[in-house]
Write a protein that binds this ligand. Structure first.
Ligand SMILES: C[S@@+](CC[C@H](N)C(=O)[O-])C[C@H]1O[C@@H](n2cnc3c(N)ncnc32)[C@H](O)[C@@H]1O
Length: 218
């Protein structure tokens, strides 16, 4: 029987000091590797100059500024977030980027986008939802994508927690919520196929615990 987890156990709604210093915490917590990792993952997104990109749970806008480097004049990025501290940072970071904008809304509510984006990106956001809410988000993604558009998840891979080294297990347990443990145990290709996606492509980092997971809207 499926474990019933409640959204209240999630840590994905980052607030207060952690939100104010989110980028710095990620960089220090990863011993200086996070920035390089992000750049390498974004390179593999294969962003085209004219791409319209939707970033769900965009946070401080750091990733959007990095992705915007690949866009030409016609390309654009719309970030969606609802966290107060994240919104303030996004606005400051992206103010000089005319093709990057913010839409303030919960990604659990119906989004006002239909057949509009070439890529929908989510970076370390999707795992932090219950399976019921992940399905709601995937429906939003499906609707926002153009036919044949790509959903790009940069998040945890599926992996056997017990097989990972002790230092990794201790860190993961200390930082992550029960929803992350639920996420790594699922067969995501089967699930996403049922939700209308296929044509998967994967790239892995950090002992295969992190994955850039691309799939196309059928
Ligand atoms: C772990 S952070 C990741 C931020 C960003 N993607 C990054 O990689 O730096 C999760 C983000 O999701 C946002 N978030 C959480 N729940 C949300 C919701 N229901 N609607 C919109 N944004 C949400 C948080 O405000 C936060 O900015």
């Amino acid at each position: 029987m499926e474990k019933q987890l409640d959204q209240s156990v999630s840590k994905v709604e980052i607030k207060g000091i952690t939100a104010k210093f989110y980028d710095q915490i990620m960089q220090i917590g990863s011993l200086g590797m996070y920035g390089r990792f992000l750049k390498s993952a974004i390179r593999k997104m294969n962003i085209q100059p004219d791409d319209a990109i939707l970033d769900l749970g965009c946070g401080t806008g750091k990733n959007d500024c990095l992705m915007a480097e690949y866009l030409g004049e016609k390309g654009r990025i719309v970030g969606v977030d609802k966290g107060e501290e994240m919104i303030a940072q996004f606005e400051a970071k992206c103010k000089d980027r005319p093709n990057v904008s913010l839409h303030v809304q919960s990604i659990l509510e119906p989004l006002p986008f239909e057949n509009e984006f070439d890529k929908v990106v989510m970076v370390f956001v999707f795992h932090g939802f219950t399976q019921e809410n992940r399905k709601i988000i995937a429906e939003n993604v499906y609707k926002a994508l153009k036919p044949g558009g790509q959903f790009i998840l940069l998040d945890f891979n599926e992996f056997d927690f017990k097989s990972k080294p002790i230092w990794f297990r201790v860190g993961f347990k200390a930082v992550e919520c029960p929803l992350a443990f639920d996420f790594i145990e699922r067969d995501w290709k089967t699930i996403f196929r049922e939700w209308g996606f296929d044509d998967f492509e994967e790239h892995f980092w950090f002992l295969d615990t992190m994955r850039l997971f691309k799939m196309k809207k059928k």
